[in-house]
Design a binder for this molecule. Structure first.
Ligand SMILES: C[S@@+](CC[C@H](N)C(=O)[O-])C[C@H]1O[C@@H](n2cnc3c(N)ncnc32)[C@H](O)[C@@H]1O
Length: 187
């Protein structure tokens, strides 16, 4: 449903709860507390309100993103996370809260995507999965682990683990010298 401005009235006239529901806490704890690098786990909350849930996620070290139709609620959310969740929007986690209607996002730009596809579509084979423009192979994943940005390396580690069932997830947050040593021994 398109954003209803009545929400703006709600957030300017009454206080909203400050803590997330148990269901969310249980879901996140069960599925993500054991993540080797919580900063690499990104959550997007559509309709994040005053940031109750994002606050919890950011406090727990995850990357928290939100989109919210009410500028007032988004402002309350940002103020609280700034004050109580150090580093939530810093260079490592790069969390953020945008004001906008989730059903009318300015991106992706459909015309630009069509133009890009007209130019490049021919080099992609149907039925093949791609990662950073290349088929998902172990060699490509190791190359990304060696040369990619950290967020790409995290995805490469997951692809690699899926390609090699039973293998250990490559620890992208281990000390650099240790990662380099492991990578020297990789294909
Ligand atoms: C019931 S509140 C829940 C807020 C928050 N998720 C929480 O659990 O505390 C619903 C929120 O969704 C937002 N919302 C509803 N439709 C939206 C839309 N189309 N785009 C962006 N935000 C929307 C409202 O402004 C409101 O903040």
């Amino acid at each position: 449903m398109a954003w209803d401005p009545v929400w703006e009235q709600v957030f300017t006239s009454q206080a909203w709860g400050r803590y997330p529901g148990e269901d969310l806490i249980r879901f996140v704890a069960r599925n993500f507390y054991a993540a080797p690098d919580r900063a690499a786990v990104r959550f997007l909350e559509v309709g994040c309100g005053t940031g109750t849930n994002l606050w919890f996620l950011a406090r727990e070290g995850f990357a928290a993103h939100g989109i919210e139709g009410s500028a007032t609620a988004a402002g309350i959310a940002r103020t609280r996370l700034d004050a109580e969740c150090p580093g939530w929007d810093g260079p490592q986690r790069r969390g953020g809260i945008e004001v906008g209607d989730m059903l009318a996002l300015p991106w992706p730009d459909v015309q630009k995507i069509h133009a890009w596809w007209d130019l490049h579509g021919a080099r992609f084979a149907g039925g093949t999965r791609y990662f950073l423009g290349h088929p998902v192979t172990a060699e490509h994943c190791v190359k990304v682990l060696r040369e990619g940005f950290q967020r790409q390396r995290v995805a490469a580690a997951m692809h690699l683990a899926l390609l090699r069932p039973g293998s250990v997830l490559f620890p992208t947050s281990a000390p650099a010298w240790r990662q380099q040593r492991w990578l020297r021994g990789s294909a």
